[in-house]
Ligand binder design. Structure first.
Ligand SMILES: NC(=O)c1ccc[n+]([C@@H]2O[C@H](COP(=O)([O-])OP(=O)(O)OC[C@H]3O[C@@H](n4cnc5c(N)ncnc54)[C@H](O)[C@@H]3O)[C@@H](O)[C@H]2O)c1
Ligand SMILES: [Zn+2]
Length: 344
């Protein structure tokens, strides 16, 4: 008899998600079955819930969604000898192939065959999720299940923040969503001098100050140059993180950086936009695109930083039982909240 479990499924090609009874995934010899404890709701999940153009093109229906998770190992594939049943884990949600030049060189995060748990592979908003053993990341005691459920977006923040040297540098972050806020805390943790974060939403700026009290928050309607001068910057910021996806933010960063400044860009613009490349050229600015997390350096560094004083807990603002997912999704879509965690 097939065992069944509760899962949040994109069951129909229309807005919404449905809690359904589906079979518990069958694992292969190189997989692990994880009993899910907590999950984080991501912007990606909201796109899938709303069923926008991107989601319609990317997600086959039916599909169990969700990719930010923590849990314990319930079952091991026959080839998996380095992990144990009962072990607390999280894991990388990008599932890669091993054929490409990048993969074979150990640059796993650059594999072009990458698939996404909860996007085009069955996801983690369920009682159980099947994950390749390669993707599993065991958790240290210092990282509880709730924090572990948001390691995926913290990893985005860490990947962005560690793209360039920040020691003694002044950092400008555009976008105080959960990932921008966490990147501010990471920048401070690794030794940046001033960290300034901008957003048009004052609630988000308030959450930024609550999470990282040393961060300077500036509403996009305010005069950023004056703030930089008041902090003693004469020529501008050294490093920028683009964490909003807003075209205006790239213009702001380009204007506010020093000559030779660097931009790590994680924010995903919804569509192509106009950008003044002449300014970028004349200021000799470097722009680096950031996708996902480095496997597995980002994971190693973020767990190590969480064990050595990095605190991002206040970015989690709402907690719901999984059965109340519809309320959880509606409050996420409303905006203004930080990370929302579902308990399974
Ligand atoms: N590259 C990746 O691997 C990856 C992974 C996850 C998320 N993302 C993207 O990263 C970005 C941040 O993710 P999030 O979950 O924190 O998003 P979010 O939508 O919660 O936050 C974005 C914030 O940017 C603010 N904003 C809008 N216009 C702005 C402007 N002109 N200047 C400054 N701030 C502005 C919004 O008010 C909001 O608070 C999103 O664009 C998301 O799509 C990329
Ligand atoms: Zn995510």
């Amino acid at each position: 008899m097939t065992r069944t479990m509760k899962a949040l499924v994109k069951a129909k090609s229309e807005p919404g998600l449905w809690m359904q009874d589906v079979p518990v995934p069958q694992i292969g010899p190189d997989d692990v079955l994880v009993k899910v404890a907590k999950t984080g709701i991501c912007g990606t999940d909201l796109h899938i819930y709303k069923w926008d153009q991107w989601a319609q093109g990317a997600v086959p229906v039916p599909m169990t969604v969700g990719h930010e998770y923590s849990g314990t190992i319930a079952e091991l594939g026959t080839n998996v000898t380095h992990l144990k049943v009962g072990q607390r884990v999280s894991g990388e949600g990008h599932v890669i192939g091993f054929k490409s030049r990048a993969s074979r060189a150990g640059r796993f995060h650059l594999d072009p065959e990458t698939k996404g748990v909860g996007v085009n592979l069955p996801g983690a908003f369920a009682e159980y999720v099947k994950i390749p053993a390669f993707n599993i990341v065991p958790l240290p005691d210092a990282v509880d299940d709730e924090l572990a459920a948001i390691l995926d977006p913290l990893g985005n923040a860490v990947h962005t923040a560690l793209a360039f040297d920040l020691v003694g540098e002044d950092v400008l972050i555009t976008g105080a969503g959960p990932i921008g806020i966490m990147s501010a805390a990471v920048a401070k943790h690794v030794g940046a001098r001033h960290v300034v974060i901008t957003d048009p939403n004052d609630h988000r700026l308030e959450l930024a100050r609550k999470t990282e009290p040393s961060v300077v928050t500036v509403n996009t309607s305010e005069d950023l140059r004056a703030v930089a001068e008041s902090l003693g910057m004469k020529e501008g910021f050294d490093v920028g993180f683009e964490m909003s996806g807003a075209p205006a933010a790239m213009a702001t960063l380009t204007d506010q950086l020093v000559m030779g400044g660097k931009i790590a860009m994680l924010g995903l613009p919804a569509k192509p936009f106009e950008y003044d490349f002449a300014k970028m050229v004349l200021k000799m600015i470097t722009i680096k695109g950031i996708y996902g997390r480095e496997m597995f350096e980002t994971w190693h560094k973020m767990l190590a930083m969480l064990q050595s004083g990095l605190d991002i807990r206040p970015v989690i603002t709402n907690r719901f039982a999984a059965r109340d997912f519809d309320t959880a999704f509606k409050s996420a879509i409303q905006g203004g909240a930080g990370k929302i965690v579902l308990e399974w």
